[in-house]
Design a protein around this ligand. Structure first.
Ligand code: FHN
Length: 435
């Protein structure tokens, strides 16, 4: 009997279940919950809100006093969503090669994009869109087998029970009654989103204004995980999240965190701004993306749809080109690990899960060859990813008496070069051994 109980427990644990001691429900271990995220590598962030009407900074424009609060809120009248096609959004996201999307359900301005019953400040009641805009996207994302991420701002500069309003004016310093009311409201909205959409990923923001204790962050985490035990939570829950979110800054070295995601604008704005034409080129985005891959992280690339729900052509073009590249190079992208440390190869790289395949990302024109150093393995074969051409190589600086790794020079004919970034697959004689 004892043996049977032991075997049963062992099997449950190996399935990723752990048990809390206080008789609470089983929760799925972090490693297990993070599996899809780790393999996904690319997500699309969507900042959609009333700020797209005037084309101004999301929430910050009134907070910083560039526009009055009342004038900011007048944008509600122009938020039509009349050209919104959630099925087209989802298929474009899928085409880009992203495996998940994150939509702003509510930014710091407090305007909800879903049919919240807890506040009147939502696009269903207060804008000509007059419908829940999150629900149909969630449905279409799932229909396309994409994971659903919900962005939610913990701080809410519109809520009269919230202490902060604008940079220049605060509602109150200490008022526990108001704060408790706000907490109930905040948790209530998170509960609604949880029940209505069962997000796979929670992307909190705005946590910097209060402590974990004030937000009641452990309670939020618990509420989310009891609704969906496999949900994952970004870092912005004052220490109660699962992965790091560097913003607009590509880490130069592999971050200490095992799970991370660079969130980045496609031009210089999160939301739609007609005057911002500073779009990154597909080539630049692919370079940045490769930088994330190489250091074991994901990229969450942001787009900003217009107030009518159409996506600007420049953004569509970037996503489509990115899609061609991710499709062609999928084996070097999805399910891979971060690659070589700095100094081994002049460019990004990734590694297969079993560490026997090295993917070298070659930027631009290498003028016939690239060099790889410090790898002690023998190479069995090298081919061009998404093209199949076998490549030749030579090993130098490897006299018979030396135990050091030699220098590999890999020949790359011009004809195999990709327009954006060429990727070489190096099949090693076993697990990667570095000098
Ligand atoms: O204040 C926001 C900002 O408007 C935008 O939503 C970004 C996206 O990561 N997050 C906040 C700042 O960290």
């Amino acid at each position: 009997m004892k043996k049977l109980i032991f075997v049963l427990l062992f099997s449950l644990l190996s399935l990723g279940f752990t048990f809390k001691t206080s008789g609470q429900e089983p929760v799925i271990q972090k490693e297990k919950r993070m599996e899809w995220f780790k393999d996904a590598r690319l997500g699309i962030f969507i900042h959609w809100g009333i700020y797209s009407v005037n084309g101004i900074d999301e929430s910050w424009s009134f907070y910083n006093g560039y526009i009055s609060y009342d004038d900011y809120m007048k944008q509600l009248n122009g938020f039509t969503a009349q050209a919104y096609k959630p099925e087209a959004w989802a298929s474009l996201i899928k085409e880009s090669g992203a495996k998940y999307a994150v939509i702003t359900s509510k930014h710091h301005d407090g305007v909800a994009l879903w049919d919240t019953k807890l506040s009147d400040l939502n696009v269903v009641n207060k804008s000509p869109a007059s419908r829940d805009l999150v629900a149909p996207l969630v449905k279409e994302l799932r229909r396309n087998s994409l994971k659903v991420g919900i962005y939610y701002s913990l701080l809410d500069w519109s809520n009269s029970d919230y202490p902060n309003f604008t940079k220049a004016s605060k509602r109150y310093e200490n008022d526990s009654l108001k704060w408790d009311r706000f907490t109930a409201f905040n948790h209530g909205q998170i509960g609604e989103l949880s029940k209505n959409f069962r997000p796979d990923l929670w992307w909190f923001d705005g946590d910097w204004e209060q402590s974990a204790e004030k937000w009641k962050a452990p309670e939020i985490r618990k509420m989310i995980l009891s609704e969906n035990p496999s949900a994952i939570i970004n870092s912005r829950l004052q220490g109660y999240g699962d992965y790091a979110t560097p913003e607009q800054g590509l880490p130069s070295v592999k971050p200490a965190e095992k799970y991370w995601e660079l969130c980045m604008t496609i031009n210089d704005s999160w939301g739609y701004q007609q005057n911002d034409k500073d779009f990154k080129s597909p080539g630049q985005i692919i370079k940045i993306f490769s930088g994330c891959l190489s250091k074991g992280g994901n990229m969450l690339l942001d787009i900003g749809p217009r107030a009518d729900g159409s996506i600007p052509d420049e953004e569509i073009a970037v996503l489509k080109t990115l899609g061609k590249w991710t499709k062609k190079h999928s084996e070097a992208v999805y399910g891979t690990e971060g690659g070589l440390p700095a100094g081994y190869f002049y460019g990004p790289s990734t590694l297969s899960k079993d560490s026997t395949m090295l993917y070298l990302f070659v930027q631009g024109d290498p003028k016939g060859e690239v060099m790889l150093q410090g790898v002690k393995n023998k190479i069995n074969r090298i081919y061009v990813v998404g093209n199949g051409t076998k490549l030749t190589w030579k090993e130098y600086l490897k006299p018979y008496w030396s135990n050091n790794a030699g220098l590999y020079f890999i020949n790359i004919p011009d004809a195999v070069l990709d327009d954006n970034m060429t990727v070489l697959a190096v099949i090693l004689d076993g697990k990667l051994k570095l000098q």
